[in-house]
Structure formats: C-alpha cells, structure tokens
Ligand binder design. Structure first.
Ligand code: NAD
Ligand code: MG
Length: 439
C-alpha cells in the first residue's frame, strides 16, 4: 500500500544516482591504509590509525570507546571530547588515556576546575570548540568519530572533511543541515564520509554488491530504510497527544541519547535519515522508502533493478556500525552482539501510517527541496524537542511546529555556511515565539 510519505514525487534537483564514497575515494583511503602514502619517517607501514572520539560521554561515544578498546592493535585513541558530564569524562580519560582531552563548554566553572586539575598521566587538557577543531585538523588524527548531538557537531564534521580525514559520521544533523557543503569539501580534499547511523551503514554495505563491471549506480531501484516505530507505535492515535516525557523516552529496541530517542517517537529521526540518505548516496527522495520493522534486526535494504533485495541483519547494537566505519573495507571480530540462530525469530514489516507520524513527510519534502530547508527543519526540531523535554509542549506539537517554521522560512537554494547558520538561529527564534504565543 502506498502511503503519502512513500508516494513517488517530482524532484526538481534530480541527479544521477552514484554510490558513495566513489571508487576513487575508497581507493585513495586503501592506499593510505596500506601505508603507501606514509612509507617513511614516523608513519610506519602498519601504524595504528589515530582516532578522535567527539562526544565520548554520549551513547555513541561510550560505544565507540568500547570498540576502540577491542581494536587497540589497529587504532589509537588520541583525542576525546565532551561538553558537560565532566565526572564521567574524567573517568573515561583515566581509563582510556588519550593524548588530548577537550571539554567544549569552555565558560562553565567546572570546566575551569577540570582544566586546572592534574593527574599522573601525560594527557593534555584543553577547553573550547576552537581547541577541538585545531586538534582534529592536525596530524594527530586520522579518523574522526563524530558523535556530538545536533548542529553543534557541524563545525567539527566540516573540519574533519576539509582536512582529508575519514569521518565516521554518527552526527546525522551535519548532513541534514549542510549536506552539499560537506560533500563538496570531502570531494575536494578526498576525505571519506563513512556512515555510522545503522541504516546508512546497512545501505553502504548492501551497495557493495553493486561493484564496478556491474554498472555501478545504474542498477539500484530504491533503498528501503527500516524504522522501529518507536515506543508509541501501538498506541491509539487519539492518545498520542497525552504522551509524557517518560513514555517518549522508553524506546523498545535501542538505548540512545534523549534527543534521538524523542526523534524516534515522532519519527523525525527517520525524516532526518531520509535527508541523510539523499546526500550520502546521491539518491532522489522518490527512490527512498521507509517501512516499519519492529524488531530492529534488518537495518535497511537496497532493492536492485532486477528485483533482488540485499539487506544487512544483526542485533540492534551500535558497536557494529561504529566498528565498520573504522575498519572498512576490512572486517574484524569485535564486541557487538551476534545473532543467535538457535532462537526462533519472526521478522515483520509494514508501511508507515502518515497520520501517526506526520514528521516523516517533512523529511521527504526537505530532501526534495534542498537549499536552506535542512537547516531550518533541523533547528526547529532541536528547539521543539528541548521544549518537549522541559515540559512546555506536547509530543504531537513537534511536527506541527516544524511544518509551520519550514513553511514560513525564506528559502534560498544554494546557501553558504553563514546563511545556513543564520537560518538555524532564525528557526530557533521562531520556535520560541511560537511557544510564547501559547503561554
Ligand atoms: P547523547 O546525547 O547520548 O551524547 C551527545 C554527546 O554530545 C555528549 O558527549 C555531549 O557531551 C556532546 N555534546 C552535547 N552538546 C554539545 C555541544 N554543544 N558541543 C559539543 N559537544 C556536545 O547523543 P547520542 O545518542 O550518542 O547521539 C549522538 C549523535 O549520534 C546524534 O547526532 C545522533 O543522531 C546520532 N546517532 C545516535 C545513535 C544512538 O544509538 N545513540 C544512532 C544513530 C545515530
Ligand atoms: Mg538510525
């Protein structure tokens, strides 16, 4: 059954589909991986890759540290950052001993205390986002795991690609806000963007069936993103507006940060992922489909022109896509949970009901229109989620606010970074005005 969210539509910016990263970019990394670019000096042939984990105290950041611990012969943690939660950060630093630790919330009094503290390790301490940008731009980092939440992660994602690093991207908001800029910078510097988001990692893996000689880019019919449906999937429609913060945060299959968990309840997360897929894989919105798959075992699928569908399956565990983004194109044993084939398991899927999840439609609209739409939708959503989490609005208000702000914004088709950030600020102000008008 075709839902309005999945219905094919016209795309004004249709581009030929091409799997991403391109063969050229993959090869350029493989050459570096083999040590061909660093045969002399301090950079030995098989030296471990130097990794920065941005947002180490978060859900993805903590999983990334576990993965790195399990792969310590191949990767060296050189830099870690957090914004707040300094106590947890300090514990992580003692355990993982990065060369450099950065707290980005530089004006917080507890950051100053932390900066002044000393310990028996040789770890350097720094504060502020400028220190973060400097460190990931320099030679002490080969791979950046971008696990900061929200548009706050954009500047560091951009710095990583501008400096030719491998960007292991969990921070989908970077692509939603500035997909065009991020991709053109990556192309220029021959940086790679490898998705950490489980759906995009699944598609990235499935697309590898579409190899050179098999007419790459021509044989993909569509991609199918799976969605768990979130904690309110089976609620009666009329009860959704009564959902509390606790209800929205009780995700059935994934344990994640608060913002993305609320996004899953509204399905704004899938809307952002449609936009993310559009940029990462160069796919028009009409070739992206979303289905509800309550078990979160099939992480996404690619349907080819002959009708074959290639899916990636594994238990819901972000350590797997994080590890793959680090080791790609290789695979290594790691800490992620595995399928137990001795257990019976039923896999099911069904179409999305647009009435239950009105936010999803916005993702398709933004993927089609491009320009400033991603920055506006993302900022409106971040601001609205904060209002919901502080008890000011209902969960069902989030999609309504986002639609209204998106409709009223001053669209520009090819914005630069400053224009995108200005639209971000405008959209947040609009949401606050909307909220004040309710009080
Ligand atoms: P989280 O809230 O658990 O952690 C966020 C991290 O970002 C923390 O370390 C925090 O200190 C840091 N941070 C917050 N504000 C910051 C700021 N202004 N400047 C710098 N750092 C800041 O979030 P999460 O669930 O780990 O998600 C992180 C990113 O990964 C999000 O973009 C999310 O969409 C994406 N993602 C998460 C999951 C998941 O399973 N959690 C899955 C796919 C994608
Ligand atoms: Mg996801």
């Amino acid at each position: 059954m075709a839902t309005s969210a999945n219905r094919p539509r016209r795309n004004d910016h249709a581009r030929p589909f091409y799997p991403w990263p391109t063969e050229l970019q993959i090869l350029s990394f493989e050459r570096r991986d083999l040590g061909l670019a660093h045969r002399s000096g301090a950079h030995g042939v098989n030296r471990p890759k130097k990794v920065a984990v941005l947002g180490s105290t978060g859900s993805i950041g903590r999983s990334a540290l576990e993965v790195l611990e399990s792969q310590s012969d191949r990767f060296e943690l050189t830099c870690m950052s957090c914004h707040q939660q300094i106590e947890l950060f300090e514990k992580q630093c003692l355990e993982h001993q990065p060369a450099l630790a950065i707290v980005t919330d530089e004006f917080n009094p507890s950051t100053r205390q932390w900066l002044a503290a000393s310990d028996s390790t040789s770890m350097r301490r720094a504060a502020g986002s400028e220190a973060l940008i400097q460190s990931i731009s320099g030679p002490e980092v080969d791979i950046v795991i971008a696990a900061i939440v929200g548009v706050a992660g954009l500047e560091s994602s951009l710095a990583a690609v501008q400096n030719g690093k491998r960007l292991a991207l969990a921070n989908k908001e970077s692509l939603v806000v500035a997909g065009q800029l991020l991709l053109s910078s990556a192309k220029e510097s021959r940086a790679e963007i490898i998705p950490v988001d489980s759906e995009h990692c699944a598609i990235f893996q499935a697309l590898q069936c579409d190899r050179p000689g098999a007419n790459p880019g021509q044989s993909v019919q569509r991609i199918i993103l799976t969605a768990s449906g979130g904690p309110l999937r089976d609620w009666p429609l009329e009860d959704l507006e009564k959902a509390t913060i606790q209800d929205a945060l009780a995700h059935p299959t994934w344990s994640m940060g608060r913002k993305i968990t609320v996004d899953s309840a509204t399905m704004m997360n899938k809307a952002l992922e449609v936009i993310e897929a559009h940029w990462l894989f160069g796919l028009e919105a009409e070739r992206i489909q979303v289905v509800i798959h309550p078990q979160s075992i099939i992480h996404s699928m690619v349907e080819f022109t002959d009708g074959s569908v290639i899916a990636q399956l594994s238990p819901p565990d972000m350590r797997l896509p994080i590890q793959y983004a680090l080791t790609y194109p290789k695979r290594t044993p790691g800490p992620a949970k595995r399928m137990d084939w001795n257990l019976s398991q039923t896999l099911s899927w069904y179409p999305v009901d647009p009435e239950r999840y009105p936010a999803l439609e916005l993702g398709f609209e933004v993927a089609q229109r491009g320009g400033t739409c991603g920055a506006v939708l993302n900022a409106a959503n971040e601001a609205a989620v904060e209002l919901f989490l502080s008890g000011h609005i209902r969960l069902t208000d989030i999609a309504k606010i986002c639609r209204s702000v998106l409709q009223h914004h001053n669209f520009a088709p090819t914005p630069n970074l400053n224009e995108l950030l200005a639209q971000d600020r405008w959209a947040r102000d609009e949401v606050m005005r909307w909220n004040r008008s309710l009080c």
